[in-house]
Design a binder for this molecule. Structure first.
Ligand SMILES: Cc1cc2nc3c(=O)[nH]c(=O)nc-3n(C[C@H](O)[C@H](O)[C@H](O)COP(=O)(O)OP(=O)(O)OC[C@H]3O[C@@H](n4cnc5c(N)ncnc54)[C@H](O)[C@@H]3O)c2cc1C
Length: 469
């Protein structure tokens, strides 16, 4: 019998546990125990139901292109609960000099693939539009070092593109600033396009031509979610696990090699448990603490993975606001606009079944230094800031926004979003070398090869594969 400990009950740890449970039921000789420090499993996957609205405190969906989360939902029998984003209404606005400007059609992240909509868009100055045209002539470039996303984008399209698009788009995903995120870790595909084509515009057009020459397929929705919210994924996993294997309110203090296996201790004085192998599915700094007696080098590499905090605020309004809001998924706010809010999603437009037909639900987002700047305020004060800024951004057209929201919810996530800094992939190689020298240890979580839910699911399953192969 192989006994495996899983430390951390977020989606990464739960995906590992579900994989082990499936193997156990298929008569593999394995057993697992999952340790979670809080009282609830699922980590940042939290959903509340208020006034008939599905309010996501953490992630609201995942990108459809990465299949691992949707595959997991199907294995759990949640296939009929999967819902796609309303892409027919997919418009995103960028606050530009105080005004919401629609992102032009054909932009793939920051790469224009349609000339006319970009050329006519008031989002960019003529100078940036000229840079876009010149970019098409960039020759292939062999780059032997990592750099920040901001430097990479600026090299291709200039500073305005960093400020108006790259930075706000990445803030919405990583909560971080493009000047400190690694292009190789965060925009791997674009770094590769530069190596092969030089121009990102040309590379993207070549990829589109290749796709359109193949058989015509209807594009899947950009985002996928679950009808009853993301927490239902965590709940469905937990319902399939062996209850005796799940230890909540059990913060792990230390994981150490012992007698050819691993010992896991939860508090000073308590008896440590012995396992054959261990999956540490924690954010980098928590993993560094738990493993500090195993290897100082490993612990310091894990501890060096930066994490940022974020705050989501859900606000419900009535039909007047719903009717008056612009169509689309929501808006992003470049830092240069001087607001604290980084983004807002019009939830009632983005997904079906999220609100009653006569309600509007806004999900507002703070991250990084913007989240830190309001962290110690009360929920009421934070809601006050959100309402002020919403009125400044949307208010001139929407008088009904001045009314009290029908409900307001504030969710704070301390150090939950990994920031892949410049040199992240090299750090992962060092971590992998150190880990391989410690048989029976595997790492999973959002600190390594993807922060999104699908990548976390994959990391949990890969950790099991590593240990059992
Ligand atoms: C506000 C927000 C919005 C997001 N939006 C999206 C989105 O829309 N789409 C998307 O794909 N991704 C999104 N993400 C990212 C994604 O949700 C996370 O990266 C992912 O859920 C992390 O899962 P995890 O299991 O690796 O970590 P976590 O969920 O952080 O879980 C780690 C668990 O370990 C526990 N723990 C910590 N220390 C110990 C210890 N010593 N002993 C035992 N247990 C411990 C914690 O309590 C926690 O439950 C978002 C994240 C946030 C915070």
């Amino acid at each position: 019998m192989t006994r495996i400990a899983i430390i951390g009950g977020g989606i990464s740890g739960l995906a590992a546990a579900f994989d082990l449970e499936q193997r156990r039921q298929a008569a593999h000789d394995v057993e697992y125990t999952l340790y979670e420090s809080s009282s609830q499993l699922g980590g940042v996957l939290r959903t509340e139901y208020v006034h008939g609205c599905v309010v996501e405190a953490g992630p609201d969906s995942f990108v459809t292109e990465k299949p691992w989360a949707a595959d997991l939902c199907r294995s759990l029998g949640l296939g009929d609960q999967l819902i796609g984003s309303n892409d027919a209404d997919r418009k995103t606005y960028i606050l530009t000099r105080g005004r919401l400007v629609e992102m032009p059609d054909g932009l793939m992240f920051m790469v224009p693939t349609k000339i006319l909509p970009t050329a006519l868009s008031p989002l960019f100055s003529w100078r940036t539009k000229l840079r876009m045209a010149q970019e098409l002539f960039h020759p292939p470039r062999a780059v032997d070092h990592d750099e920040s996303v901001a430097d990479f984008v600026e090299r291709h399209y200039g500073r305005e593109m960093v400020d108006r698009l790259a930075d706000p788009l990445l803030s919405g995903i990583y909560g971080g600033e493009s000047s400190s995120l690694s292009v190789r870790a965060v925009l791997q595909r674009f770094a590769e396009m530069e190596r092969t084509h030089g121009s990102l515009g040309r590379a993207m057009l070549a990829a589109r031509r290749k796709m359109s020459s193949g058989p015509r397929k209807t594009a899947p929705p950009l985002f996928t979610s679950l009808r009853n919210g993301m927490q239902s994924l965590a709940e469905a996993i937990v319902a399939r696990l062996n209850p005796a294997s799940l230890l909540t309110n059990m913060p792990v203090k230390a994981v150490e090699p012992a007698s050819g296996g691993w010992s896991v201790s939860v508090s000073a004085g308590a008896q440590a448990e012995h396992f054959d192998a261990v999956i540490v599915a924690l954010p980098g700094p928590a993993a560094a603490n738990a493993l500090c007696n195993v290897s100082r080098d490993l612990s310091s590499e894990l501890g060096a993975i930066q994490y940022g905090s974020s705050i989501t605020v859900g606000l419900e309004y009535d039909l007047r606001v719903r009717r008056a809001l612009p169509p689309g998924f929501g808006f992003l706010v470049p830092r240069s606009e001087g607001k604290r809010l980084l983004a807002a999603t019009f939830v009632h437009n983005k997904f079906p079944h999220r609100t009653p037909e006569d309600r509007a639900l806004l999900r507002c987002f703070f991250a990084g230094s913007n989240a830190e700047s309001v962290w110690d305020l009360t929920d009421e004060q934070i809601v006050g800031i959100v309402r002020d800024e919403l009125q400044q951004i949307l208010g001139p057209q929407i008088r009904a926004l001045r009314a009290e929201p029908l409900f307001a919810r504030v969710y704070k996530w301390k150090g939950a979003m990994a920031q892949y800094g410049v040199g992240h992939l090299e750090r992962l190689e060092r971590i992998e070398t150190l880990r391989k020298a410690m048989p029976g240890l595997a790492l999973a979580g959002n600190g390594y090869r993807g922060i999104g839910v699908p990548d976390c699911v994959r990391s949990g399953r890969d950790a099991v594969k590593q240990l059992l192969s």
